[in-house]
Design a protein around this ligand. Structure first.
Ligand code: ZN
Length: 159
């Protein structure tokens, strides 16, 4: 499947050279989280605008290797416009793609619909390079910090 790997490499390079949703948002009203991967030196800041229902805007800033930068770009594309629950599903699928999360139903082989993942599938090859996994997951873990906070805020403000 050399052709597919070439395509994936092109997608990663494209997102590295032309990052989507690159920049910052004003905090507040935006929510911000920062992440750092000491193994590689990757730095990232994620900014999210949330209207109580969907992630209306998301930006990423920072510096790092091509894997961390392209993963941040792909992640922002993947979760923009989604609800927190939908975003969590996407995170879960992404971690399965990198073989980080076992399918809980052990009886069945792990199944991922690569077509449903779209360009995110390009990061699948990272699973073969354990040293780069932290580069690929940095943006996702940083984004998770924000949605964890958003959920905590909404549950405490009710009562
Ligand atoms: Zn890196």
């Amino acid at each position: 499947m050399q052709g597919l790997e070439d395509l994936y490499r092109e997608i990663i390079l494209d997102h590295y050279k032309n990052p989507r949703n690159f920049g910052t948002l004003e905090v507040p009203p935006a929510h911000q989280a920062d992440g750092y991967n000491p193994l590689c030196g990757d730095e990232i800041s994620i900014y999210v605008n949330y209207d109580g229902e969907t992630i209306t805007e998301i930006k990423n800033a920072g510096q790092g290797c091509s894997i961390s930068r392209s993963s941040a770009s792909l992640m922002t594309n993947a979760v923009k416009g989604k609800t927190i629950a939908e975003a969590r599903e996407t995170i879960k699928t992404f971690k399965r793609l990198l073989l980080l999360e076992e399918d809980q139903r052990n009886s069945e082989p792990m199944e991922i619909d690569l077509r449903k993942l779209g360009e995110l599938a390009a990061l699948q090859g990272v699973s073969k390079f354990p040293a780069r996994i932290k580069c690929a997951t940095l943006a996702w873990n940083t984004f998770t910090q924000i949605i964890d906070e958003l959920e905590q805020n909404s549950s405490t403000s009710e009562g």
